[in-house]
Design a protein around this ligand. Structure first.
Ligand code: GLC
Length: 721
């Protein structure tokens, strides 16, 4: 079927069953060759072969070969010759894995995010992927939630930038280009607002907070042209997203005019029964379809009930035709009617995976995502060091790719020990496990060996964290400290040798309070295939840390949810951080501030913010404000720095955050170099949602500052007229 396929005519020739087939997505095992292998939905739901041949898309297949096999068999059996769509979670890499999105966002480098996403798109397209369930742009404030690892953190503006960048990178300018794949923004909406940070839990948020914080990034992705959207599992203000009229119809279709494909999350229709919203799959089908769900992923509502509902006149077949049209239009845009196998190419898939060029991108991304939380001067270590002790679960462990690492393999990740040995061929590198990073493993039998190794070393690298299975989907934690006996191990090792730096491998902000006396702490996230090399580059000064946190690190889990852009309250705490203040908004025994806040990240060089100049002390919609910030590298290392610009709206009709990031720019400074960054502040950047959810700016006084949350390097005031 050629490029100019007439979709209307095609649909008019399809039976109702064939149309509904286009709206069903089953996992790849459903299309396996041998009946013996057929498990899962086909067996569970008793779907006959003639239906299987009608299915419009699949997910979670293994590679280009499998895509080609399934597509070929499908086309031999599909009366209309409509190719299937092949979808996958290519979240932070297909086979060459770069840092988890919470880490990559810390690079504050949209160009780097673009480059990584392009690499993933090329590898995935060669692997037969047509659509990726990316970007995940859920806004978050609670580190107990395991899926914070997939997000850009607690700032809505940054989430918009990172989400839209990924959409543009994956989709390119022409979706028929076989190196581009369609993107699917998720999880619409406010999945990250789960109560108590517990995955899939209830979300109750005002429309104003939704519009101000939780929803802008989905809209930014739609404005960037995303082809698909995935509603979230959670109930939002009492109604699960997939059945939520306000969310799916009033906002998505009418207000935002989204005309792409809506795909449910995995069995989200089936979960409507569990939520108690639908008594059975017939009602779940009615609800989901009525609210615009085009493709049902991995549940049997549309298979069992959609044809009947049409034949009973409950659902208008024209609406089915419209849903099918959206799906077929995407297939046509992808060029699948011309080439159903599109970019699938086993040889190219193999050649691209972990190629030197791709490993180099992953290494740079891992380096620029790392955040130097603390450094009393022990870093960078000298390369002349004779004996290095690398201690902890992650010392020589390749499980650093993260929870959503697609086809990435642990064994293809470079460990810290491997990397240090490669960098220091003449040094003696000793590793010691110390203890397990498991919440219920209290064993200290590895301590003696670890302490001995530390005592005998010139430099000690602690490699601690949480297993990659402690974050990601379904993996929430009520206690977000270093699990197991790692805190005790760290203290014992630090006591044995003070020339010690700590690397943290994690999928969320952790409570590091009890190990914070370590002279240097480098946040590595789950850095992916080149994590060990990036860590060694940073530890020994071949690269200079430049990451900035995009999510607050609490002092105590009891502070969660904790975020930098919080309102002031009527009784803000004025006393010193560790002094409880009576009748104020604070805790006994714990301050309000995080241990490390949004925007924090150190360098090896000394960066001085010399000046901040405003073009005027007042601005208006007609007359934007120009802000010039001069930064000098007064140290001895060339370095990158993210210049951050914040405002505070001092008085407005609704409470405003004590600070909001409105712009940032990452610059490179040679040692001794000085640069001036110029920002333009427009009236639109000062808008917010007022009590009636109108997007407005209000005249009045603003504070503007550079630095990072709560740390003002330079500040000034201006008036919006
Ligand atoms: C999962 C996730 C979603 C993912 C989908 C397909 O349950 O919630 O993010 O894209 O299923 O794997």
């Amino acid at each position: 079927m050629a490029k100019n396929v007439n979709l209307k005519k095609l649909i008019s020739n399809m039976t109702l069953e064939e149309k509904v087939g286009q709206l069903i997505q089953l996992n790849a095992v459903s299309f396996s060759d041998s009946a013996a292998e057929i498990t899962g939905p086909v067996q569970k739901w008793g779907i006959p072969a003639e239906w299987i041949n009608k299915m419009g898309s699949t997910l979670n297949f293994s590679d280009a070969n499998e895509m080609i096999t399934i597509q070929k068999k499908h086309l031999e059996n599909d009366r209309n010759g409509i190719p299937m769509l092949f979808m996958m979670d290519v979240i932070h890499g297909y086979r060459t894995i770069y840092p988890i999105p919470l880490g990559l966002a810390a690079s504050f480098d949209p160009e780097l995010v673009y480059e990584c996403s392009r690499m993933a798109a090329k590898e995935a397209a060669a692997g037969g992927v047509n659509v990726t369930f990316t970007p995940m742009v859920d806004y978050v404030r609670d580190a107990r939630w395991g899926r914070v690892m997939e997000t850009a953190g607690e700032d809505p503006y940054l989430a918009c930038v990172m989400g839209a960048t990924q959409v543009r990178a994956f989709q390119g300018s022409d979706l028929s280009d076989k190196e581009n794949i369609a993107a699917c923004v998720k999880h619409y909406a406010a999945y990250g607002g789960a109560e108590a940070g517990r995955d899939y839990n209830t979300v109750e948020l005002s429309e104003r907070v939704l519009r101000e914080y939780y929803m802008p990034a989905y809209k930014a992705c739609i404005d960037a042209g995303v082809k698909m959207i995935m509603p979230s599992f959670n109930s939002l203000n009492g109604v699960p997203s997939i059945a939520n009229k306000w969310l799916m119809q009033d906002v998505l279709k009418k207000e935002w005019r989204f005309d792409g494909v809506v795909i449910s999350d995995y069995n989200a229709l089936g979960e409507l029964k569990v939520h108690g919203i639908a008594p059975d799959m017939r009602e779940a089908t009615k609800l989901a379809f009525a609210n615009g769900c085009d493709i049902e992923m991995m549940s049997n509502g549309y298979y069992e009930h959609l044809c009947t509902l049409v034949r009973e006149g409950v659902i208008d077949e024209k609406k089915v035709d419209a849903a099918v049209m959206r799906v077929l239009k995407l297939k046509k845009e992808l060029g699948m009617f011309d080439d159903p196998y599109r970019g699938a190419d086993p040889e190219r898939e193999k050649a691209l995976a972990l190629s030197p060029e791709h490993r180099a991108i992953a290494r740079r991304a891992a380096s620029e995502s790392a955040v130097l939380l603390k450094n009393n001067g022990v870093l960078p270590f000298s390369k002349d060091v004779k004996k290095v002790a690398i201690i902890g679960h992650f010392a020589d462990n390749n499980e650093i790719k993260g929870f959503w690492a697609c086809h990435g393999k642990n064994e293809e990740c470079v460990t810290v020990a491997e990397a240090v040995r490669a960098k220091l061929p003449n040094a003696e590198v000793v590793t010691a496990y110390g203890c397990a990073p498991l919440w219920n493993d209290k064993s200290t039998e590895g301590f003696a060996e670890a302490i001995e190794a530390a005592k005998n070393a010139d430099a000690v690298i602690l490699c601690l964290g949480e297993p990659q299975t402690y974050s990601g989907e379904g993996n929430s934690r009520a206690d977000i400290r270093l699990p197991g006996m790692q805190e005790e191990l760290a203290k014992a090792v630090m006591a044995a040798n003070s020339n010690c730096a700590m690397l943290i491998f994690n999928g969320r902000p952790l409570v590091l309070t009890d190990v914070n006396e370590c002279p240097a702490i480098l946040e590595m996230w789950f850095p992916g295939s080149e994590g060990g090399n990036a860590a060694a580059d940073l530890l020994f000064g071949d690269s200079v840390p430049c990451g900035k946190l995009t999510m607050s690190f609490p002092k105590h889990v009891g502070q969660c949810p904790i975020y930098y852009n919080h309102p002031n309250t009527g009784r803000p705490k004025w006393t010193a951080e560790d002094v409880h203040q009576a009748y104020a908004s604070n805790y006994i025994g714990c301050g309000n501030r995080p241990l490390y806040c949004f925007g924090h990240g150190l360098s090896y060089t000394k960066l001085d913010y010399e000046a901040m100049e405003l073009s005027d002390t007042k601005m208006s919609a007609e007359k934007p404000l120009t802000v010039k910030i001069t930064v000098k590298n007064s140290g001895s290392y060339a370095a990158k720095e993210t210049v951050q610009l914040y405002i505070r709206d001092l008085f407005a009709s609704t409470v405003r955050p004590v600070q909001s990031l409105i712009a940032f720019e990452k610059i490179h400074l040679e040692a001794g170099e000085e640069k001036t960054v110029t920002f333009t502040v427009t009236e639109e950047m000062l808008r917010f949602y007022d009590a009636s959810c109108k997007h407005v700016s209000e005249a009045g006084e603003f504070v503007i500052f550079t630095g990072y949350a709560d740390h003002k390097y330079k500040e000034a005031k201006f008036f919006l007229e």
